[in-house]
Design a binder for this molecule. Sequence first.
Ligand code: 1GP
Length: 246
Amino acid sequence: MSSVEEYLKEKMKKGTVHITLLDPDKQSSESAGKLAFRMKEAGTDAFFIGGSTGVTTENLSATARAVKAATDLPVIYFPSNPKAISKDVDCIVFMSILNAGDPLYVTRGQAMAAAYIKSLGVECIPMAYIIVEPGMTVGRVTKAVLIPHDDPKTAVGYAVAAELFGMRLIYLEAGSGADRPVDPAMIAAVKKHINVPLIIGGGIRTPEAAAAAHKAGANIIVTGTFVETCSDEGCLKAVVSAAKGV
Ligand code: 1GP
């Protein structure tokens, strides 16, 4: 595989990409491998591995290896904390949570981990992460100043700032397990103002919600909780297909 960024770019030329989020703290690496296989069959395009709490270098590495053994899709680390870093991933989204209230998540943790990550030689894609209400665990842990659902202007401001900073992915996050995903109107407003790919995640667990994010202009749609809880192959495929608009 060429770089993960090139892979994603090629996929995005054809339509919206679906990424499955696997949290190493929520299941064994063996279960993650089995789930990854099922998600590849359902049509997912890549995997994020990460979570707000309980991620260690050990469970991250074990999950990455299990997913790579089960599929040939890219395995991307969605960073949790500067102490959990693995060379077993294909890529790291090197991210800053732009509206975090705790500087650990804006730049301080990144400064702690950057030299080591560089020494590993793992591909990194600079990514802005912007948290919308309700924010859930990641909102609480990072003390985020959450963006209200009805305030697309603030989301646009952060997203355009991210683009001007040179970040190559922008992630609008409602929080894992959110009861309400990012509003389509906010997605559309942000999309209109940026030229870099827009990722949407948090609370997407139905084909309708996935289709709404797709239609509003998401380039990449991430689902985590629903993938862990859905036991039926039909519903997995329905959400992935709706996200991809196929
Ligand atoms: C969390 O956006 C992801 O970072 C996924 O959210 O678990 O609600 O699908 P869900």
